[in-house]
Design a protein around this ligand. Structure first.
Ligand code: 5GP
Ligand code: ZN
Length: 121
């Protein structure tokens, strides 16, 4: 069973900030910003690449809940970032779909320095 499925089953502790019958949200154990929360479906889906038509409502719930949590944490006025990493080049390390909610500070984007010289496509 994957680490996030264990968090769903409460076999691994997590600082849970939101939970309903379909999704759960908890603080990232290695935050990269003052607010860093992960929202996941309770059902094991590996990544965005595995989402299908029947998952539209579940995927939507993650985004709507992220907005609600952002308001609860008072980071909405300044703005924040929502991020799905997908696969190796997307930097996904945990193979259970998760939406990063990152905020509370000004954020920047980056790609790997080795890729910088490649032609834009
Ligand atoms: P990814 O790189 O897959 O998009 O992000 C995985 C995230 O999960 C990382 O930011 C990492 O810090 C977080 N993470 C990994 N294992 C655990 C854990 O056991 N508990 C919590 N709360 N976060 C975790
Ligand atoms: Zn899982």
């Amino acid at each position: 069973m994957c680490i996030f499925c264990k968090i769903v089953k409460k076999e691994v502790p997590a600082s849970v900030v939101y939970e309903d019958s379909d999704i759960i949200a908890f603080k990232d154990v290695h935050p990269i910003a003052p607010v860093h929360i992960l929202l996941i479906p309770k059902k094991h889906i590996e990544s965005v690449d595995d989402l299908r038509d029947e998952d539209v409502s579940l995927a939507g719930k993650l985004v709507v809940a992220a907005g609600k949590i952002a308001r609860d944490f008072d980071i909405s006025p300044k703005g924040y970032k929502l991020l799905f990493r997908v696969g190796e080049w997307g930097g996904q390390e945990v193979p259970h779909l998760h939406l990063h909610l990152i905020g509370g500070a000004k954020l920047y984007e980056a790609i790997h320095p080795e890729e910088m010289s490649k032609e834009a496509r």
